[in-house]
Design a protein around this ligand. Structure first.
Ligand code: ACO
Length: 329
């Protein structure tokens, strides 16, 4: 039986840096080619933050657009949850920076670290905070400036990522519209297949550690690929089951935008025709926690999501973490 939602999406917004880095630009930086990148990943270009453009600037823009779209004033926000692994600084939480900058004076604010799964992890947290914590207007954001932790000499990884932020404003649901189910899962035994070894308490940012680029991203691409397809399929099945729905019921599937081949493999497992699977990885690359909320906002703007749309969202990231949600618009 179809679930009754606790909360619904009242508004959405997104922001990406103006600066675009194309595959041709990357050919000047590392030994790669436009053809290799497109064939293996589907990525054509990505937006990269300029120096002096920290995560909070993107999050603030996305958040303000979502608030305007929702018709909600900053003072009405009582909770800010930001999924990110590239905050402005180690502490305080970038959510607190954003709180001040947007004037959400009545909110509590915190960051969560679930890598590419940050936004959907945040959605389950928001649901529970609304149900049990009495929060009524929650700003949920996924945002990353992954370019700040990319090793620009490592062609295995530097071609994959982009920067951006996507935001939603959530409020209690009074009808059929809203978040029908959420599902989250992790397996820390795979944490060393995709990680950054440095600049935490394990390997503090000494000159030696920074010199060895320990603060940048390390990845076993093939293993990540394999786990991503299996785990995303599992997560979507779990979320569909929880919602009492079948994959055929979905009008749109928004998979995490990491790699076109992962997106297509997941779509195929659910027999989803191409026009029911959202793709924008060609224009943004992998924006990690931002990828799903950017896609939601774009899909609403372009009419791919409208009133009545039933949307499945599914993701996978470092940890490993994975998650899914089913949303009735
Ligand atoms: N340009 C040219 N050649 C390259 C590049 C590049 N940018 N990167 C790697 N290569 C070379 C390799 O060195 C290798 O050469 P060799 O055969 O001489 O050794 C060859 O290309 C093949 O490398 P593979 O790693 O086997 O290539 P694969 O087909 O697996 O594609 C990729 C690599 C795109 C990283 C793929 O494994 C992948 O997408 N994995 C998922 C990774 C991912 O999405 N991570 C993001 C975070 S997790 C997430 O968001 C889901």
């Amino acid at each position: 039986m179809k679930q009754k939602p606790t909360m619904e999406i009242l508004g959405t917004g997104r922001a990406v840096p103006d600066r675009i880095l194309t595959n041709k630009d990357l050919e000047q930086i590392v030994d790669t080619s436009d053809e290799w990148i497109i064939t293996r990943t589907g990525i054509r270009e990505r937006h990269i933050a300029n120096p002096g453009e920290p995560l909070s600037t993107l999050v603030v823009k996305a958040a303000e657009r979502a608030l305007t779209d929702a018709g909600v004033a900053p003072e009405e926000i009582d909770l800010i949850i930001l999924g990110t692994v590239t905050g402005d600084s180690k502490f305080p939480a970038t959510a607190c920076v954003v709180q001040e900058l947007i004037g959400a004076v009545n909110a509590a604010a915190f960051d969560i670290s679930a890598a590419c799964s940050g936004f959907l992890y945040g959605m389950q947290i928001a649901e529970s905070m609304m149900l049990h914590g009495g929060y009524r207007r929650i700003l949920l954001v996924g945002g990353e400036v992954l370019s700040s932790m990319v090793n620009w000499q490592d062609r295995d990884t530097c071609v994959l990522f982009g920067d951006g932020a996507g935001a939603v404003v959530l409020g209690p649901s009074h009808g059929e519209k809203g978040i029908l189910s959420t599902y989250i899962k992790s397996d820390g035994s795979f944490r060393n297949l995709l990680y950054s070894p440095g600049c935490g308490s394990l390997n503090p940012p000494t000159p030696e550690n920074v010199g060895q680029m320990l603060h940048t991203i390390r990845m076993e691409g093939r293993e990540v690929f394999r786990h991503a397809v299996t785990s995303m399929s599992d997560a979507l099945n779990q979320a569909l089951d929880k919602a009492g729905l079948q994959a055929d019921d979905l009008s749109l599937l928004i998979p995490h935008q990491a790699n076109l081949r992962i997106i297509e493999a997941v779509g195929k497992r659910f027999h989803a025709p191409a026009d029911k699977v959202y793709v924008n990885v060609d224009r943004y690359g992998n924006t990690s926690a931002a990828s799903i909320p950017i896609a939601i906002d774009e899909a609403r703007e372009t009419g791919r999501i409208s009133s009545g749309s039933l949307v499945g969202m599914v993701t996978f990231g470092a940890g490993f973490t994975w998650a899914a949600a089913i949303v009735q618009f």
